[in-house]
Every structure is written in structure tokens, then in C-alpha cells.
Design a binder for this molecule. Structure first.
Ligand code: TEU
Length: 556
């Protein structure tokens, strides 16, 4: 039935709790803030919310260093608040997804603290990866593995007797020790965490860094990038873990889902995680990583549809998240592909062009079959904040790269809700504290309040887009076919690039190489012009929604 399969075509809104809304006015977003803004999400027209980690955490990596999964970080609220939020969302028709981070915990997790107080070789240490160093006195790390956050992956600790001792593994920051998945406690504990949150009514689990948790126990150096052979990436044993998680999810009913963060280049290896007894879906980063060119996007769409069809899993479409450069900024650059999704300093950016492309990209991704993820603030067209004051930056990626990487704070700046006022409506109350990251002074114009009144705003575009997606059976279904429109209709006159439309009545001839066109259902089409010249729309097209001004029959 459709309720059980909701995740196949849902629109899922990602909330970064620290930056969404601040109910107690202390400068940090919280669950009270989120609860007060649920009507906004209903109005926007999303089906579900994914919360990035809200558990007890020292926040060494924005909450991806979990010290206790069964309690909410006091900065965000209490477990009772989370339960109330989940229930209120459900009553409004919004499903909820929580984040689980199997690769690592926090150095403040009781099991890690226990491990530090226990001698080398003790059972307490076996839940993590402790190993002797190399060199005469163990002064060199056990391997040369490089962290995703730059730098080494091992930190040396003292033995309980005070002598320098073994090293422990952390693929991310030192505050994030990696779990040893060969240990039965680690397996059982994570399945129990899943049950804990499913019991509280969440509809899904987002699985962080899902291709990393299993390690080769011999700890060899990296000599192969091939899946299954790499010492810690995409190892075959991972699939047993996720089969176990799928059994837990299924035991709560067919309406519970798993969505994996599986960063893998090989679509065949990626699809293995989506087999019928593993994850229901996984983020499609290939699409996000492509430059804004018709051929690239077409190829990504086709290979995504192919690899998912084989395993009968629905694709996902993701334009951004809390780790990558905001789309408006990224698309405003000469080449807007993955190299620019990663953070970069000082790249020339045309925000106006970026905004037009981001609007077109929204229509394109929402018109494709599968589920759609929207990162908070993208519906407002917020740009990346690239000039945060040095003292405000808190992302470990920045510090660990020695400042070479700007870090990910620029896409995590608290949302503007009102045109004026302290913290632009982010903080509630008479006199809210300054937000934990400062908002640019011109963000009042990008606020929810300002955009609500402007029919041409990004917010209004998103709202209309999601309403159409809900209403049109062609967009809800899985039927998809490329439209081969006639090339001779292309290239009429001058113009600037990027616009998209969802048009009624399908047409069947190509508009040229820089146009993407496909049909959904019987009579719906999506046409995206990535070229520099406007294209003529086929006769008898009725336009449901356009990301740009359509003059006569020309798509700019
Ligand atoms: O990200 C996984 C990941 O691979 C990141 O290191 C990514 O490469 C990086 O952010 C550059 O874009 C997940 C979370 O989404 C991220 O926020 C966490 O920091 C990371 O896991 C560790 O838990």
C-alpha cells in the first residue's frame, strides 16, 4: 500500500537543529524552535523531516560525535521535547528521520572513557581500534591512512599507568573514535539504538558515512581503491550490518525506512547497498557532483535510473546538504561540479546566474522519479556565507586542514525568518542572543517573511513546485521517458542561460544539445534549457510552472 511505500517518492526536508530556529533565544537552534515552525514545513509541502544529530554530544563535529543516543543534547532540549516533536509532526502529516553514525562515537562516550582507563588488550579497548605504533618506541602511527578531515587517523594515548601507549583510530576528528564492528557489543548497541528511535515513532534512519564502518583487522596500508579490497572503504562485511538493520526496521512495519550516506564512485558497488534486504534508499551524490551541463546531467540521470532499476530501489535527488557549498553559490561558478561542492576560497561567483540555475535545478530534481531531499535554506536560495569571521568558525575540517579548507560553516548559518529584528527572527523572545554564526546583514531580504510576499521568490517557486508534485499523478509515479525534441527548434536569439519548466502536453522533439527534456506520466514534461540562447517551446504547450520568465513561446 502507498503508506508503506511513502519513501519511494517523498520530499524530505533536512533540518540542521543548531541553525533552524531558536526557541529559547540563546543563539543556538533547538527543538522548541523546530516545533514552532512545523506549520512552515506543512505550508512548504514536504512529506518528511530528517534531523541531523540532536543527541548528547560535545559538538566537536556538529553532533556527529555522539556521546549518548538515548538523550537529547541539553542545548537542543530534552527527550520529552523530541517525543513531542515527533508526535506533533506526525499529527501534521510529517514523517521524521533521525541520524545514526555507525562509523564512530564521541571520545566522551562512556565506552571510550572506559577504554582509556583500561589497559591495552583489555575487553574495554576491543570495542574500538587500539593498536601499537610503529617505530622502535611505537612513536609512529600504525598506518598512514588519511582522514576525510585531512591529516592522520590515529591519536596516541597514555596507558592507565601514565606511560605513552597505544594509538586509536579515527577516520574523522580525534574526538570521533571509530567503532570496531567485529565486536558483538557494537553490533547489538546500534541495533538497540535503532529500536529506541523506531519505538518513539520515527519513520526512518539516515545512516552516516555508511561505506566506512568496517575495517580490515590486519590494518594494511591503502594499496587498492577497489571496493571489497580497500582496508576501510566499501568492505563486503558492511552488507551484513545493514541486513541486520533492515530486519530491525522491518520488525516495526513496512513504513520504516533506511537511507544511507554512501559516497562511492562505482554505481554497481553503490547499488549493492540497495538490495531488497538492505537499505531502502541512499543519497545520490553523483547527480549533485556533476557540472551544470546538459550532457553530464543527462548521463547522471540515465545511470542513476539504470543502477536503481536493477535492484528495484527508487532513486534519490539531492542538490545539497550541511557538508557542501550552497547551490546558489556553486551554480554561480564557471564549473559548478563537485570540485565546487567541496569548499573553496575566493572563486569568482555570479550569484544572479547561480540563482537562475538553482531555480532550474529545483524544478529538474523535483520532476525526476524518486524521492527528493531539500536542505534547510535552499528553499530560500541562501548563498554560501564565505566571509565568516575567523573566530566564529567551528568546523573541525577548517582547523585540521591548517586553514586551507574554509570548512562547512558557510552553509550552516542560522536561517532568517523575519525581515528585521535581532537575529532576523531566528531567536524567539524579546531580546534573543546573537546566533551562534553571524547572519549576513542583507539576509532580511532573503527571509521567509520577505519571500512569502514576493511571488517571484525562491520560496514561492518551491511551494508551487511541491504542490504540483503532490497533485500531478505523472510526477508521483515512476514512469519516465526522454523526449527527443527537434534540434532545429533550438537557438533562437540571444539570452542568458538556465531555466526550466514543467509543461503540460508532452512533445516529442529535441530542442538541442543544451536542453534536457523528459516526459513523466501521460502528459507531463520537464524541459530544462542549460544553453545560452532561449529555446522555442513546442506548440500547444501549457506551462504549469517555469523557473524563469517565459516570453511568448520562448524558454529563456
Ligand atoms: O559526512 C561524511 C563525509 O564523507 C564527509 O567527510 C564529507 O566528505 C565532508 O563533509 C566533505 O564534504 C558525514 C556527515 O554528513 C558530516 O557532517 C560528518 O562530519 C561526517 O560524516 C562524520 O560523521
Amino acid at each position: 500500500d502507498t503508506a508503506a511505500r511513502w519513501w519511494r517518492n517523498a520530499v524530505i526536508y533536512q533540518i540542521y537543529p543548531r541553525s533552524f530556529a531558536d526557541g529559547d533565544g540563546d543563539g543556538t537552534g533547538d527543538l522548541a524552535g523546530i516545533r514552532s515552525r512545523l506549520p512552515y514545513l506543512v505550508d512548504l509541502g514536504v512529506d518528511a523531516i530528517w534531523f541531523t544529530p540532536w543527541y548528547v554530544s560535545p559538538l566537536a563535529d556538529g553532533g556527529y560525535d555522539v556521546a549518548d543516543y538515548r538523550r537529547i543534547d541539553p542545548a537542543f532540549g530534552s527527550l520529552a521535547d523530541a517525543e513531542a516533536l515527533i508526535a506533533e509532526a506526525a499529527a501534521l502529516g510529517l514523517r521524521t528521520i533521525v541520524d545514526v553514525v555507525p562509523n564512530h562515537g564521541s571520545d566522551q562516550h562512556p565506552w571510550f572513557r572506559e577504554a582509556l582507563l583500561s589497559p591495552p588488550g583489555s575487553p574495554q579497548r576491543q570495542r574500538f581500534w587500539f593498536a601499537d605504533g610503529k617505530g622502535d618506541n611505537g612513536e609512529l602511527p600504525p598506518t598512514n591512512w588519511v582522514s576525510s578531515f585531512d591529516g592522520g587517523t590515529w591519536t596516541r594515548v597514555k596507558n592507565p599507568d601514565g606511560e605513552l601507549g597505544q594509538w586509536y583510530l579515527h577516520l574523522f576528528a580525534p574526538e570521533q573514535p571509530d567503532w570496531n564492528w567485529n565486536h558483538p557489543d557494537v553490533v547489538a548497541e546500534h541495533e538497540d539504538v535503532l529500536r529506541f528511535w523506531f519505538e518513539r515513532g520515527v519513520a526512518g534512519i539516515r545512516i552516516d558515512s555508511a561505506a566506512l564502518p568496517v575495517k580490515d583487522p590486519d590494518l594494511p596500508e591503502v594499496t587498492s581503491q577497489v571496493g571489497g579490497e580497500h582496508p576501510y572503504l566499501d568492505r563486503d562485511e558492511l552488507h551484513d550490518i545493514y541486513r541486520g538493520w533492515r530486519r530491525v526496521a522491518d520488525s516495526f512495519g513496512a513504513d520504516r525506512m533506511l537511507v544511507g550516506e554512501v559516497w562511492l564512485a562505482d554505481p554497481k558497488r553503490f547499488a549493492l547497498y540497495l538490495r531488497p534486504d538492505e537499505m531502502h534508499t541512499a543519497f545520490n551524490f553523483d547527480f549533485m557532483a556533476r557540472p551544470w551541463r546538459a550532457g553530464e546531467l543527462r548521463e547522471s540521470i540515465q545511470s542513476t535510473l539504470d543502477s536503481h532499476r536493477e535492484v528495484k530501489a527508487p532513486p534519490t535527488w539531492v542538490l545539497s546538504n550541511h557538508d557542501v557549498t550552497r547551490p546558489v553559490t556553486r551554480f554561480g561558478r564557471a564549473d559548478s561540479g563537485f570540485s565546487f561542492a567541496a569548499k573553496t576560497f575566493g572563486v569568482a561567483t555570479d550569484l544572479e546566474l547561480g540563482r537562475r540555475r538553482a531555480r532550474a535545478a529545483a524544478l529538474l530534481s523535483a520532476a525526476l522519479p524518486g524521492s527528493l531531499y531539500i536542505y534547510q535554506g535552499d528553499e530560500l536560495g541562501l548563498p554560501e556565507v564565505e566571509d565568516l569571521p575567523a573566530e566564529a568558525i567551528s568546523d573541525p575540517m577548517h582547523f585540521r586542514s591548517g586553514g586551507r579548507d574554509p570548512g562547512r560553516d558557510g552553509c550552516r548559518v542560522p536561517l532568517p525568518w523575519t525581515r528585521t529584528g535581532p537575529s532576523l527572527g531566528f531567536g524567539d523572545g524579546e531580546d534573543p542572543a546573537a546566533p551562534w554564526l553571524p547572519q549576513p546583514s542583507d539576509w532580511g531580504e532573503l527571509s521567509v517573511a520577505a519571500q512569502r510576499e514576493d511571488p517571484d521568490s525562491m520560496l514561492r517557486l518551491y511551494r508551487e513546485l511541491l504542490a504540483i508534485r503532490r497533485r500531478e499523478p505523472g510526477l508521483r509515479g515512476e514512469d519516465f521517458a526522454w523526449l527527443d525534441l527537434d534540434a532545429e527548434m533550438a537557438g533562437l536569439g540571444e539570452g542568458r542561460n538556465s531555466s526550466a519548466q514543467v509543461a503540460g502536453r508532452d512533445r516529442d522533439r529535441a530542442l538541442g544539445a543544451e536542453v534536457i527534456a523528459f516526459r513523466r506520466g501521460i502528459d507531463l514534461a520537464c524541459v530544462v534549457n542549460l544553453g545560452d540562447s532561449p529555446v522555442k517551446l513546442p506548440p500547444h504547450t501549457s506551462v504549469l510552472l517555469a523557473s524563469d520568465d517565459i516570453t511568448g513561446d520562448r524558454l529563456p
